[in-house]
Design a protein around this ligand. Structure first.
Ligand code: AMP
Length: 409
């Protein structure tokens, strides 16, 4: 079965076409600057030379139409006919409390995704646009929504509720949702395979450290806590997001700097984190280079970043009442030996040691556990697209067998 995976942003579409016979990727690519006359489509048929085109692409329907044209292109294509695509899987940011797992998209699901727009105002409208654009380009093909929040719906109430007036939870669904769920699910599952232990008897702390960063406590295959909250702003320090701060700072700064709501929102989401502290970059590669060149602000930014991960690992070791494995994933987690080393150096109280030689690796799956370590430490490249493709295939196969689960509230 060929499954088309889409991750639609407000002006971009990322895609991969999978052949689920062997879970191989046939082609992947990206459309950027949708809405303009000089949008770009970068397309790569796997194992062959790709192409980059500048096109007038004014909306998502045209963008997906162009991608489908590429997939069947005489030189760059990987399939003969669009009809070979049997299902489409969509990444959807916010499923609110309604979605505990991936679902087949119907009118009711689209309504529910729309209802979650206040919770995911930047992403859910774009995700929905992608769904509608895909429906109009490939009518009749089943579409599946895979939510970033769904994996964390197993959190207990004491972990997902904020100590705010309860009425805000009842009236406005104010609670922790958590994000990067597909990534945390994938790497914790893979950790169980590597350790050759049943996932339902394993305590994993999963550190997804990319441009956005979150950490999850996964007990017996279920998320019991995670660092992102109502929105992806809470938790760890990120590229441009602050993560946890004293909420009173907001009122204080708004008052002292005479800022409005939009400005403070932008300050916390786009001008904080590694960028805000270092003043040089949101990119960990540049922060590390700055540290090595003796840039003091880069060094402070790195120190805060690393310290906050370590604090969360300590907290989640307590939440889990023990840990079997710590996993590093995503851009920084997979590619920064320096960060992994610094985080693990401070985890001696848990009995963590790492093998520095094995840790000296980038972008590869590797067990970096030290010889005397009481806890396994793993680097596992994440693969959210594969999770989306697998869920999509599973749901579509279940429809064919006539036993689709009802899986939203
Ligand atoms: P992601 O959001 O998972 O794609 O991660 C992107 C981030 O990974 C970039 O912004 C960098 O900060 C980080 N990154 C990528 N490659 C490296 C590397 N070799 N060393 C350190 N950080 C890296």
């Amino acid at each position: 079965m060929k499954v088309f995976v889409l991750n639609c942003g407000s002006s971009s579409v990322k895609y991969q076409l999978f052949d689920m016979k062997d879970e191989s990727v046939l082609a992947k690519g990206l459309v950027e600057r949708i809405g303009s006359d000089d949008a770009t489509l970068t397309h790569t048929p796997v194992g062959r030379t790709g192409t980059k085109r500048v096109l007038s692409i004014l909306d998502h329907t045209t963008a997906i139409g162009q991608v489908l044209r590429m997939l069947t292109h005489s030189e760059y294509g990987v399939i003969k006919d669009i009809a070979e695509i049997r299902a489409v899987g969509h990444r959807v940011l916010h499923g609110g409390p309604a979605f505990t797992q991936s679902v087949l998209i119907d009118e009711e699901v689209k309504h529910a995704i729309r209802d979650c727009i206040p919770l995911g105002p930047l992403h859910n409208p774009a995700n929905l646009m992608g769904i509608l654009a895909s429906e109009s380009n490939i009518p009749g093909v089943p579409q599946v929504a895979v939510f970033d929040t769904a994996f964390h719906q197993t959190m207990p109430k004491h972990a997902f509720l904020y100590p705010l007036p309860y009425i805000l939870y009842e009236r406005h669904k104010v609670r922790r949702y958590g994000f990067h769920g597909t990534s945390h699910r994938f790497v914790s599952g893979r950790a169980a395979e590597i350790l050759e232990k049943p996932l339902n008897n394993l305590k994993v702390i999963s550190c997804h450290l990319g441009n956005g960063a979150s950490i999850a406590a996964v007990k017996n295959g279920k998320s019991i806590d995670t660092s992102m909250g109502l929105t992806p702003l809470e938790g760890l320090m990120m590229g441009t997001r602050s993560g946890d701060i004293d909420p009173a700072i907001i009122f204080y700064i708004m008052n002292r700097e005479n800022l409005g709501l939009e400005e403070i929102d932008s300050l916390l989401n786009k001008h904080s984190g590694l960028l805000g502290v270092s003043g040089i970059s949101s990119d960990m590669r540049e922060i590390e280079a700055g540290t090595e060149q003796g840039n003091n602000r880069a060094k402070i930014a790195f120190d805060i970043y690393e310290y906050r991960i370590r604090k969360y690992i300590g907290a989640y070791a307590a939440a889990l009442d023990g840990v079997d494995a710590i996993v590093f994933t995503a851009g920084i987690g997979e590619n920064s030996p320096m960060l992994r080393q610094r985080v693990c150096q401070g985890l001696g109280f848990l009995g963590v040691t790492i093998d520095l030689e094995k840790n000296d690796s980038k972008g590869k799956e590797v067990d970096i556990t030290g010889e005397s370590s009481k806890i396994r430490v793993l680097v596992i490249p994440t693969n959210e697209e594969l999770v989306i493709a697998r869920d999509t295939m599973e749901i579509v196969s279940a429809i064919r067998k006539g036993n689709l689960r009802i899986c939203y509230k």
